[in-house]
Design a protein around this ligand. Structure first.
Ligand code: SAH
Length: 356
């Protein structure tokens, strides 16, 4: 390509939209060009979102799932998993700790567990809302009426990854639910006034660099408030157990950098799976290359080992308090501070159109 990386970065910062081929090229830059790409993403993150890192404490409250997504360690047909549901009182106790520890948001995540009716979830949401915490739900695809009930009960945000925008691959990986239904769910969420998060897995088996580029571009079409992406990691008890990693690890980090450059105002977490990719340093590297959100795991210790979506998940021997200490240490080392407050979507906190 004739353009230098500096020229590319200037163009992207000015809002230029690259083609699929151009993005595929940018994903694979090396050496100094790689460094400049990560730096550009970091500088856009600093200028638009600031230095504070928003902390969203995640509680994985049920690993029971009716779906059989091929990549996922808690898929329905994985018989080796001990299934659990955390009792309501324990979920609420954990949320109260989250508040004490300084989280602005609690994320409730689970498999698609039919036990949790709209009524049961709404009850939990109301109780957490009363603690003056922002609430993100991540429960999979739900009918619009249920989403409306969650919103009514006080849920602020919803996280539902599209996983891949390649329709054929999506169908192959998700035997239970079509792509269109997920997109319908994301549309419903936006219409119901949720702050909407989505994202994709990086390096799914069979995905090309062009597929990855298309996923990056697709995040712009969805107009997302939050974008969560992480490396795909092969779980030994799934049909994708044999799949390897991308040949060039830096592509994972470049993906987040380009995500930031294409979506300057989105909240972008340094997702947990990055620490499984690069032990203890993965999430830090992502925070230095475009991300502005950290999601410590607050799931009570005894359940953690049972929510293994992928192998080598970090912190499974810890309790939430330890994760909070660890995040403080990490941020100090990176020269960043913990945000105070809820960390709502940019469009809500900057309603005047102020671009600061
Ligand atoms: N049931 C909820 C929560 C899913 S778990 C839902 O459907 O939205 C959260 C995310 O973990 C998934 O969206 C998926 O992107 C990711 N995940 C699952 N298995 C994974 C694997 N093997 N490697 C990396 N990420 C995985």
């Amino acid at each position: 390509m004739a353009r230098t990386i500096q020229e590319w970065m200037t163009g992207l910062k000015a809002g230029e939209l690259p083609t699929v081929e151009e993005l595929a090229y940018l994903l694979t830059v090396r050496g100094d060009d790689s460094r400049l790409l990560l730096q550009a993403a970091d500088s856009v993150r600093a200028a638009v979102m600031g230095d504070a890192v928003h902390i969203r404490g995640i509680i994985e409250f049920s690993n029971i799932c009716r779906n059989d997504c091929l990549y996922c360690g808690i898929r329905r047909s994985n018989q080796t998993v001990t299934r659990y549901r955390i009792p309501d009182e324990e979920i609420l106790e954990t949320a109260a700790h989250a508040k004490e520890w300084g989280c602005g948001t609690v994320v409730l995540q689970s498999g698609e567990d039919p036990y949790y009716t709209a009524e049961r979830i709404s009850k939990l949401v109301r109780a957490i809302h009363a603690m003056d915490l922002a609430i993100t739900l991540s429960l999979g695809v739900r009918p619009r009426a249920e989403l409306a009930a969650f919103r009514e009960a006080g849920a602020d945000r919803y996280l539902l990854r599209f996983e891949t925008c390649n329709r054929e691959q999506f169908a192959r990986l998700h035997p239970d639910a079509p792509f269109e239904e997920r997109i319908r769910c994301l549309d419903d969420l936006r219409e119901l006034g949720f702050q909407v998060g989505s994202g994709f897995m990086i390096g799914l088996p069979g995905a090309s660099l062009e597929d990855l580029a298309r996923d990056l571009l697709f995040t712009r079409q969805l107009q997302l408030d939050m974008i969560g992406c992480g490396p795909f990691l092969a779980h030994p008890d799934t049909p994708l157990r044999e799949s390897g990693q991308l040949p060039d690890k830096s592509v994972y980090y470049h993906t987040i950098a380009l995500l930031r450059l294409l979506n300057p105002h989105a909240h972008i977490p340094a997702t947990t799976a990055f620490d499984a990719l690069d032990k203890e340093s993965g999430r830090n590297r992502v925070l230095e290359g475009g991300a502005n959100v950290f999601m410590p795991n607050l799931t009570p210790g005894k359940y953690r080992k049972l929510y293994l979506l992928y192998p080598d998940k970090p912190c499974v021997d810890e309790e939430g308090g330890a994760c909070m200490l660890c995040i403080r240490g990490r941020l100090r080392a990176l020269g960043r501070k913990m945000a105070t407050g809820r960390g709502d979507a940019w469009r809500l906190t900057n309603a005047g159109g102020n671009n600061a």
